[in-house]
Design a binder for this molecule. Structure first.
Ligand code: 6GU
Length: 224
């Protein structure tokens, strides 16, 4: 998979891609992530990427021309499956969307900033608009990093057995069951005996029951 991220703040988002699972995915050649600084696609001497909005009002809007230049240049180099715009008024990200995107070859992610982008960018280029929840961030960069993490860890070969995505919370619309490690007794707090029994069919059944119970207590909406 190849991901091209267009942003005015590449430095805000690069570090998550250089640690842990995302780093390993890159090193294994399972994903390529390229950052494009919008300022590199400006024409004038001032490297202007934003301007006041027509009709008045507070806040700057990202201009269409540098975004068009950047996206058009990328699209001339290869076919893209999606141009995703990160915006709080997009569709809320969930595991289903992450699963779907993990099957794509080439994806562009455009990060909004300030008051967002000129509407014509959304009309002309964007195939999908994604939010990461009902709260406002200063820009789409951290949201794009969240999206990339959720997607990249699903690529075949990124996770090993121990970190398998199959047992994740949300994989079957269920929260994951509780987990424990040594010591089996900590200051009187015991690990459930069943987990120490070695009876694996019983343990599996216990985990399923716990997942269901946890979900109905904490997230009954997921069971509907
Ligand atoms: Cl994608 N962008 C911004 N600016 N704020 C958000 C968001 C995105 N998702 C949730 N809040």
């Amino acid at each position: 998979m190849r991901i091209d991220i267009i942003t005015v703040l590449p430095e805000l988002m690069q570090s998550p891609f250089n640690a842990s699972i995302l780093k390993r995915a890159k090193e294994k050649g399972l994903v390529e992530v390229h950052f494009h600084n919008l300022r590199d696609y400006t024409t004038g001497n001032y490297k202007q990427v934003d301007d006041y909005q027509f009709g008045g009002g507070a806040g700057m809007v990202l201009m269409i021309e540098p975004i068009d230049k950047c996206i058009s240049q990328l699209q001339a180099e290869r076919e893209y499956d999606e141009v995703i715009y990160m915006t709080p008024d997009g569709l809320t990200l969930n595991q289903g969307i992450a699963n779907e995107l993990s099957l794509k070859q080439n994806v562009i992610i455009l990060c909004g900033h300030y008051k967002g982008v000129d509407q014509r960018v959304r009309d002309m280029f964007v195939t999908r608009e994604i939010s990461i929840g009902d709260y406002v961030l200063s820009g789409g960069e951290l949201a794009a990093a969240v999206l990339c993490d959720a997607v990249i860890r699903l690529l075949p070969g990124v996770l090993n057995d121990e970190t398998s995505a199959l047992t994740d919370t949300f994989q079957d619309n269920l929260l994951a069951p509780p987990v424990y490690t040594r010591p089996s007794n900590y200051k009187g707090q015991e690990v459930p005996e069943i987990l120490l029994s070695g009876d694996f069919p019983k343990i599996e059944k216990w985990r399923e029951d716990q997942a269901l119970e946890r979900t109905s207590k904490k997230r009954p909406d997921l069971l509907k």
